[in-house]
Design a protein. Structure first.
Length: 260
């Protein structure tokens, strides 16, 4: 039996997995998507988060790749209104690090695999959960693949069409179904969490009227590593430096373009 199964291989699931593996805890991280999402989503990593990521052994690599934003500038009508530091000089990392989420996840995943090459399972969609009190059993679809796990962390049932090779730690289920049993289950699978739904945990949501357009473009300006906030009568435009000579632009709009 595994110690912990984590559902979701985003930054939270990978980070937790790395911390647990460092402490000798057996972990399996199940991710619904077959491949990592290549798009750049979140980019800003603040000093407290960098300090936490340092515990997982990935902060140094992230800082080496990212852009260190030490201050922000507010402008209006082409004139600088104010310039503010973004972190305390005494902080271990006195800056906000700009790094695309795809790279944050890749570095965390590399750390997890360094600790346990078999810990991350992609293409695994959880379909049911049974809480046994002292353990939790998950059933999942593994996209018709043969799933390889630590033998002790796989539940096998010959009557359900499951064949096991304990020596190789392989469980092959009919129609790609696999089972995972662990002492603890952690849901890190986002706002539409399957784990939360299966556990019967309710949550409240709220729709806001604001919409934003966002894109990454070549940085042809002279702001360097500064974050810039343009305060104009027509609205607010934000920009942030990115690695590779790019800049993230964020524009507040009145409607969601393409769906209005």
């Amino acid at each position: 039996m595994l110690d912990v199964v984590i559902v979701g291989a985003g930054p939270v699931g990978l980070y937790l997995g790395a911390l647990l593996l460092q402490e000798g805890v057996s972990v399996k991280i199940l991710e619904r998507l077959s491949d990592p999402v290549p798009h750049s989503r979140a980019i800003g990593i603040h000093p407290p988060a960098l300090a936490a990521l340092d515990r997982a052994g990935v902060a140094a690599g992230m800082v080496a790749e990212g852009v260190q934003i030490g201050f922000g500038i507010a402008r209006s009508a082409g004139r600088e209104v104010v310039r503010l530091p973004l972190a305390l000089p005494s902080a271990p990392h006195p800056f906000v690090l700009s790094l695309p989420q795809v790279r944050t996840e890749a570095l965390l995943a590399a750390r997890v695999r360094q600790l346990d090459p078999q810990a991350i399972v992609h293409g695994c969609s959880v379909t049911s959960m049974v809480d046994g009190g002292t353990s939790v059993t998950l059933e999942a679809d593994q996209a018709g693949r043969v799933a390889q796990h630590a033998a002790a962390g796989v539940a096998c049932d010959a009557a359900a069409g499951v064949a096991c090779d304990a020596a190789a730690g392989v469980a092959q289920h009919a129609a790609g179904r696999v089972s995972h049993q662990a002492r603890f289950l952690v849901g890190a699978d986002g706002t539409r969490s399957t784990v939360r739904e299966l556990a019967g945990i309710t949550s409240s949501t709220r729709n806001y009227p604001d919409f934003y357009l966002m894109g990454d473009f070549p940085d042809t300006g002279s702001d360097g590593a500064a974050a810039v906030l343009h305060l104009e009568p027509a609205g607010i435009v934000e920009s942030f430096p990115l690695p590779g000579g790019l800049r993230r632009w964020v524009v507040h709009t009145q409607v969601l373009h393409g769906n209005a």
